[in-house]
Structures are given as C-alpha cells and as structure tokens.
Design a protein around this ligand. Structure first.
Ligand code: S3P
Length: 434
C-alpha cells in the first residue's frame, strides 16, 4: 500500500552522488519510434515510471514487441503496420498526444483513455492538425476514438509552443503523402527530430523569420537502432534545488541531459547566484550530457524571460521553491501552458507556497514569488491534486523550511520519478510517510 501522505523535514546538509532517472520525453519517444521501426531497437536507461510504462503497454497492444531484460535493457520489436487496440495512457499527456500522431497514419481504430487528470486536458491542439491530415476523431477529450488511414502532408504553424503537438504531427507525417512542415515560433524540445535521425529518417531543420521550420518527407522507413536514455533534467532539478537551499550541501547528479532546449532552469538558477557547475560534459545518443554539481548558495530574485518558458516548462514549481528562499522577488511570465499541465500548476504552486508562509502573486499567465531571503516557515499540508511535480517541489521545500511540509497523493510521484524519496534519502534527506 502506498502512503496517503509524505512529510519532508529539515535534517541538515545534503551530500553525495546520485543518478537521475531516465529522461521521460526521450523514453516515450524510444518506445514509440522503436515500435514502428523495422527490426529490434534496444533501449538502456529507460525511465521505468508509470507514464512511460503506460506507453510501453500501449505500443505492445498496438502490435509492437516490448520486453524488459533482466539487466534493465528494453527491447522493442517494431510493427511497421500497427493494429487496432484500446489503450490507457494513465496520467501522461505526452504518451496520449504522441500516440495519436503515431497511429493516425495506420489503418486502425484506437480508443485512447487516461486517468481523471488526463481526461480534463486539452486534446484539440493535436486532433486539429491530425484531422487536417486526414485522421478522424470522436470526442474532444479522452476517452477518444482515433480512426487512422491515408494521410496528406500539411504545413502547420504551432499556435502554442508545444513539443507534444510538434511531435504528433511529425509522427503522422512519417506516413503522410508529401512533405510535412511544422513551424514553431519558439523552439521547443527537439528529441523527436534528433531521434528520428537516429532511426535513419531525414529531418530538415531551418530557422527563418517565422521561427523554426521542421520538415520531413512521408514514406521514409525507420530502421531499428540502439538508444541510451540520459538522466532527466526535469527530475535532476529536485535534488539540485534541494542542495542549493539546504545549508552545507554539496550534491552531484550524474549523467543529466543538457540539451539546450531543456536547460532553462539551470540557466535561471545560475542567474540567481547558484553555485551550479557542469563536469564531465559528453554526448550520449546524439544528446549533450554532463554531471551537475550543486552547492548551497545565497540566491537572489530575478525576472525570468518569458521566451525561456519552453526550455523549462515543467520546472516552474521547483523554481518557485528556490525563489522562496531567494532575496527579493522572482517574476515568471509566459506561463499560460502551466495551467493545463497535470494540474493548474500556477494555482497549486501559489496555494502550496502560501500554506508554507511564502507569498505568491498569481497572474493569468504568470506568477511572482516574494522571496524571503531565508528559510520559509513551512508547516503546510499541500494539496497536489495528483500532480507529481507539485508533490516533489513542496517536499524539497520541506527539507529546508523551519517546520516540516506534508504532501498528499505521493504515489503519483512514480509517474516520472520512481524511487524519489529513496534517492533523496541517499543524500541525507528525511522524507517519510506522514
Ligand atoms: C513534453 C513536452 C512538454 C512537457 C511534457 C513533456 C514532451 O509538454 O511539459 O512534460 O515530451 O514533448 P508540451 O509539449 O505540451 O509543452
């Protein structure tokens, strides 16, 4: 039985070396691309969180062979022609939206469902372009039925900065007649483009006046490959911020993905005065990777440029925690998308921090955290509405606040960071059942 609540208490300095779990975005893509490629793809370092396991089960239901070896290596035997199925994406927006694109060009009927959070999330952003290509959808939110078939390539300018939407269109474009082109006004994470190339697909990327243009010609086959998944910067963010706010700490997180479209949080923390360094920079499976060394730091509030949002979209709740300890205010804008994540993350961050004695001014598309310049009182019981990142962010706050912090629904942490409390405990953190 998973605990109903977790409590984080201050225990003093955090020290040690840990490895962040595999990157969630890359893990989903490895299973989906491997699942439609010719041959056997091997994946090491796959994130074995609930979101990714739901995608593994979905690809298997759609006809791919998906197996975990005893050594933790996953093997995906591609099914270049997918079959009809009913799939459950659990809590995962990435899984649901990418799979819609992946099945759209196959002659299949797929029923896609998810948990109560995913059932509330907007899907029109993906179904609109996919319907323009020729796929048919029943329902506006999950559960939805997708009827795939022959697709025609489109040129599509993203109305929201979303790698999920871009990726869904590119995945559908693989099976469409003609040249698919996605134009993104602001660049978003490019793991789909990079990984498609690893599977032998030609993908053109060009920056122009309108933004970034990504083009691929339909009908290109994917050839199985080997993928090593680097550590997830969105998960590494938690032990790193914990070290920055806890006096006397020095923590190394090894093997973290440092793709420049994912490192906005680290850039922002350095601007706030964080002692945060990269060691052992290298490349893994076509992605930049390094070990991050974080030491306790005096932080100062900053204004985060709005155009940085896509490169740190999942990291605002944990940035808000760092900002609570900083001297002065931290302003964050361009965050409309945060309201339609696993929860309304602006509202829940403001509510959770307020419960711990930190004032946050909420705006429709932004927030300002009134930094205290010292440890906040803490002592709050934080409502997470099942959002894993809201839970982890407030637990990190509790490691350095005056009184313990309690979060509800901690079982949801396993969607992206299974073993979070155990990993933090190896650094000396006290996160226990309430
Ligand atoms: C993701 C893209 C982001 C991010 C999500 C993972 C991806 O969502 O929030 O956790 O893997 O493409 P959006 O594309 O909706 O911004």
């Amino acid at each position: 039985m998973s605990p109903a609540r977790l409590t984080a208490r201050a225990t003093g300095a955090l020290r040690g070396r840990v490895r962040a779990p595999g990157d969630k975005s890359i893990s989903h893509r490895a299973l989906i691309l491997g699942g439609v490629a010719r041959g056997e793809t091997t994946v090491t370092g796959l994130l074995e969180g609930a979101d990714v396991l739901a995608t593994a089960a979905a690809m298997s239901a759609l006809g791919a062979g998906v197996r975990r070896g005893d050594d933790g290596t996953w093997t995906v035997t591609g099914a270049p022609e997918l079959t009809s199925a009913a799939i459950d994406c659990g809590n995962s927006g990435t899984g649901a939206r990418l799979l819609m694109g992946a099945v759209a060009g196959h002659d299949v009927t797929v029923v896609i469902d998810g948990d109560s959070s995913l059932r509330t999330r907007p899907m029109a952003r993906v179904t609109t372009p996919l319907a323009q290509m020729g796929a048919r959808f029943e329902g506006e939110r999950l559960p939805m039925t997708v009827r795939g078939g022959s697709l025609q390539a489109i040129r599509y300018r993203l109305p929201v900065a979303s790698a999920q939407v871009k990726s869904a269109i590119l995945l559908a474009g693989l099976r469409a007649a003609g040249l698919t082109e996605v134009v993104e006004p602001e660049p978003t994470r490019d793991h789909t483009e990079r990984m498609l190339r690893a599977f032998g697909v030609e993908v053109g990327v060009q920056d122009g006046a309108e933004g970034r243009h990504i083009r691929l010609m339909g009908g290109q086959p994917l050839t199985a490959t080997r993928i090593t998944v680097p550590g997830d910067p969105s998960s590494a963010a938690f032990p790193i911020v914990a070290a920055l706010i806890t006096p006397g700490s020095e923590v190394v997180v090894e093997g973290v993905l440092l793709n420049p479209l994912r490192t906005g949080l680290f850039e922002t923390l350095v601007e706030m005065g964080a002692d945060l360094k990269v060691e052992n920079a290298r490349e893994i499976s076509g992605e930049p990777v390094g070990d991050l060394v974080a030491r306790h730091s005096r932080l100062a509030g900053v204004t985060v440029p709005a155009d940085r949002a896509p490169s740190m979209i999942d990291e605002y709740p944990i940035l808000a925690v760092a900002a609570a300890f900083a001297e002065g205010d931290t302003h964050m804008d361009g965050l409309g998308e945060l309201r339609v994540k696993e929860s309304d993350r602006i509202a829940l961050t403001a509510e959770g921090l307020a419960a711990c004695g930190v004032q946050v001014d909420e705006r429709p598309e932004g927030m300002t955290v009134r930094g205290l310049g010292h440890a906040p009182p803490g002592g709050g019981t934080v409502r997470t509405l099942g959002d894993h990142r809201i839970a982890m962010s407030h637990l990190v706050l509790g490691l350095a606040s005056e009184a313990p912090v309690i979060v509800d629904e901690p079982e949801m942490i396993a969607t992206s960071f299974p073993g979070f409390a155990a990993l933090m405990a190896r650094l000396g953190a006290d996160i226990m059942e309430a």
